[in-house]
Design a protein around this ligand. Structure first.
Ligand code: ZN
Length: 441
């Protein structure tokens, strides 16, 4: 290898690593795939048919890619558009734009792709909320690591486990985006956006070097992230990539309803962890596995008294209500974190009060209750009868057989580890290690 190409590789590898680490939640390959898997898991209806038109599906997946693109380059303007794209005010503005300028039924391909792109951005934003607000706390508990490690490594694990099927091509509604970004403090131009996207697609979102980089980062982190490696696709762990699929699907369905002006504030809750018939994983209030949470299909104005936690005898349980990890004026999630240990085998209710306000100006008129059971311990085992079959989201386009246990735990690398990391090559692995150490010092 010549000195020149060696230097280019260092720059290339370190830039990719920085991009992956700076992203505001899990890696881009994860976003792309959870977004696509969500569509594949939909019932066979109008929305699924709409989104599976090949060019529309590509636009959806590219929307899920685009959302982090501005973090990839060293520019305050590009970071500003990326950050804004993650959150509900942008999505609501985008929905309003569509309703005013290009209402359904979207006869042209351009219209359909624009709607799908919007849904891709919103899917990405929701996934960040779930992963950061739920899964990362478990990563910290078990592996003592955080976002800098788990974001890029989970992308690598996806490649190593041969789950990567979707490689979207660049396609975005540039004129609409520039119009929507006009109100930001930073001036956003086509050149700024294309500069960031060119970097992302040339370095990372491609089926050549990008996959090798991801796999190399994954391989270099799998020992330090042993729990994450085992559970990043565990459907029983809230916020894992696999556990994000059904909430993303429900969120996409809610977006479709919003675009048609048909989502009521009384239907704002589209998903809840633990999802029935799963049980809450732990009674131990010191663990994030004792948290329950409600997921919204439209941003809900965050107030301190949105929810209550009610115990087996109807009593109020001492708990902390929490917003997303990053806070949000209009949130897509609210967490209930018990302040005392729960009763193994006990039945609890997460109750959302009426009068919540959604970002489109609606106010709910009825409360919502999510009832769930806490996992039993040995002493209470007889209280935990079979609650029925647990649906598991498919990731290969074929419906998954329901599980009685729900605890599908991937067994390490499968067949993909050796080939993926071997393809990246030892020199690149060493370079990435060097880059990471420099960055952390
Ligand atoms: Zn993100």
């Amino acid at each position: 290898m010549s000195t020149r190409s060696h230097s280019a590789l260092i720059l290339f590898a370190s830039s990719a690593l920085l991009m992956a680490s700076d992203a505001s939640a899990h890696g881009l390959w994860g976003h792309i795939h959870v977004t696509g898997w969500a569509v594949e898991n939909m019932p066979d209806d109008e929305l699924r048919e709409f989104l599976l038109e090949p060019e529309v599906f590509n636009a959806l997946l590219f929307g899920a890619t685009f959302t982090d693109s501005g973090y990839a380059v060293d520019s305050s303007a590009s970071r500003a558009y990326s950050e804004h794209t993650h959150w509900e005010p942008f999505i609501e503005d985008f929905i309003s734009w569509v309703q005013i300028n290009d209402p359904p039924p979207w006869d042209s391909l351009e219209s359909r792709k624009r709607v799908a792109f919007l849904m891709g951005c919103a899917s990405h934003g929701l996934q960040d909320t779930l992963f950061d607000s739920l899964f990362l706390y478990r990563v910290d508990e078990h592996d003592g690591k955080g976002q800098d490690e788990a974001d890029p490594a989970t992308d690598g694990f996806l490649v190593m486990d041969e789950h990567v099927r979707f490689v979207p091509e660049q396609d975005l509604p540039m004129d609409t985006l520039l119009e929507l970004y006009a109100g930001l403090d930073e001036e956003i131009t086509e050149e700024i956006i294309l500069n960031a996207l060119n970097f992302v697609t040339s370095v990372y979102i491609n089926d050549e070097a990008g996959l090798n980089i991801a796999a190399t980062i994954g391989a270099s982190n799998e020992k330090a992230l042993a729990w994450t490696r085992t559970h990043y696709m565990d459907p029983s762990v809230p916020g894992s990539l696999r556990a994000e699929i059904f909430p993303t699907m429900r969120h996409q369905q809610a977006l479709w309803a919003r675009l048609h002006g048909e989502l009521s504030a009384d239907d704002a809750v589209v998903f809840a962890y633990p999802e029935a018939p799963r049980r809450l994983l732990s009674a131990d209030h010191t663990s994030a596995s004792s948290w329950s949470s409600l997921i919204f299909g439209a941003g809900v104005r965050y107030e301190d008294d949105l929810v209550d936690l009610i115990g087996p005898d109807g009593e109020s349980v001492d708990f902390t209500q929490a917003n997303t990890r990053w806070g949000a004026e209009y949130t897509r999630l609210v967490r209930l974190q018990p302040a005392v240990d729960l009763i193994p085998g006990g039945w609890y209710t997460a109750r959302l009060r009426s009068g919540i306000q959604t970002i489109d100006g609606q106010t709910s008129t009825t409360p919502f209750e999510h009832v769930f059971q806490v996992a039993c311990d040995a002493a209470s085992a007889e209280d935990c009868a079979d609650l029925g079959e647990i649906a598991i989201a498919s990731i290969d386009g074929v419906p998954e057989e329901p599980s009685d246990t729900g605890g599908e735990v991937p067994s390490g690398c499968g067949g993909g580890c050796a080939s993926a990391s071997g393809g990246a090559g030892l020199p690149l692995l060493l370079l990435l290690g060097a880059c990471r150490r420099r960055r952390m010092s």
